[in-house]
Design a protein around this ligand. Structure first.
Ligand code: KG4
Ligand code: ZN
Length: 351
């Protein structure tokens, strides 16, 4: 299959080498990064709130907001120092921050800090869509991506199949009709008492389990490009109640196998229907080793390249926000300091 859009990153990105400070505080990771020219990561640091929320089995929004407030300023200083730009003038070209989607109290912390820094340093502020940030994660590490690219974006809050026709040009192919894939991992892990966050806990347990111990449903497997996970989660709960002696490892492995079979079938269908030049995984669930292996195998069979961001680039980070912010600054322009956080922001799809 050939790339109908060419290897567009070089041209779409232009040649400017602006340096952007990115800030990410949409959920439970506080992150700051300095990225040059949209691809060169000069620094990327993160403070996870996992321990803070683990006691409650999920993210507590009020605690998340307060924790961001406590660590963000020192974290930004750390990102600047690591990038070697802690003396004025800093040589930064913009400050980018996630404006949505996410928890409003958490978003506000990052956006307020980014606007204040942009004002103080007299550089533009760029408000970045968190989901677009996830799409840029793969582009950060792979320079010669051909378009259209089918991206499976699977995180804690979203499950989307997107045809990326180039940076900034997205066509929606499908989405979950109920729970996000990551949410299903988190809920099943919580039900099994495996801890939070659920994805890594399920993956660890699944490693020593039998994926065929249970034949869980594969929702919408043979139908279109929509996804659904809430029925699968309910099936897990029912099956465990019926067979309480079953090992957590077997349940986790069987659940993970069902999710992956559906995700890979959808990705294959999407690549074929779009005539895509490649496929890409993004979002926290894309850190899952079994999903990465299955997607790579499917891409090999389809004869298209697969782009897998490093695991740290799949989960929330600020480098992807700085990269998306840099592209936005170059091609759309800076955001107004009056721009508000939008907890329900969706990807800007082309008609
Ligand atoms: O992208 P992300 O860091 O934050 C959101 O934007 O939501 O994704 C977090 C989600 C959580 O639901 C987490 O359980 C899931 O990604 N996740 C995983 C793995 N690592 C994180 N799911 C499956 N396997 C993993 N290894
Ligand atoms: Zn995310």
């Amino acid at each position: 299959m050939s790339a109908s859009g060419g290897t567009a990153l070089g041209t779409a990105r232009g040649t400017a080498l602006g340096t952007v400070l990115g800030i990410e505080t949409s959920c439970d990771e506080t992150a700051a990064a300095v990225v040059r020219g949209g691809t060169e990561i000069r620094s990327s640091v993160l403070s996870s709130q996992v321990d803070l929320h683990a006691t409650y089995g999920g993210v507590v929004p009020e605690l998340a907001g307060r924790a961001h407030l406590e660590v963000l300023t020192p974290l930004v200083a750390d990102a600047l120092t690591r990038a070697g730009i802690d003396q004025l003038p800093l040589g930064l070209d913009a400050v980018a921050a996630t404006v949505g989607p996410g928890l409003v109290g958490s978003l506000l912390v990052g956006v307020s800090e980014a606007k204040a820094l942009a004002l103080a340093w007299d550089v533009p502020f760029v408000g970045v869509n968190h989901l677009e940030g996830h799409l840029f994660a793969a582009l950060l590490e792979h320079r010669d991506v051909g378009f259209p690219l089918v991206v499976l974006l699977v995180s804690g809050g979203h499950s989307l199949l997107v045809s990326m026709e180039g940076p900034g040009r997205y066509r929606k192919l499908g989405a979950t009709v109920d729970d996000a894939a990551g949410e299903a991992f988190d809920k099943v892990a919580r039900f099994l008492g495996l801890g939070y966050p659920g994805g890594p806990a399920i993956e660890r347990a699944a490693a020593s389990g039998d994926p065929e111990a249970f034949r869980f449903p594969r929702p919408l497997l043979d139908e279109g490009l929509e996804l659904s996970f809430s029925g699968l989660k309910t099936a897990v709960v029912r099956a465990v109640r019926a067979r309480p002696e079953a090992s957590d490892e077997d349940v986790a492995a069987s659940f993970q196998a069902a999710v992956i079979e559906v995700l890979v079938a959808k990705v294959v269908r999407a690549v074929e229907s779009v005539g895509a030049a490649g496929l890409c995984l993004a979002g926290g669930v894309a850190a899952n080793g079994a999903l990465r292996a299955a997607a790579s195998g499917a891409a090999r069979e389809l004869g298209v390249p697969v782009y897998l961001p490093g695991r740290a680039m799949c989960t929330d980070n600020a480098a992807m926000i700085a990269a998306a912010g840099w592209w936005q600054l170059e091609h759309v322009g800076p955001s107004s300091l009056g721009v508000a956080c939008d907890p329900g922001l969706s990807l800007p799809f082309v008609a």
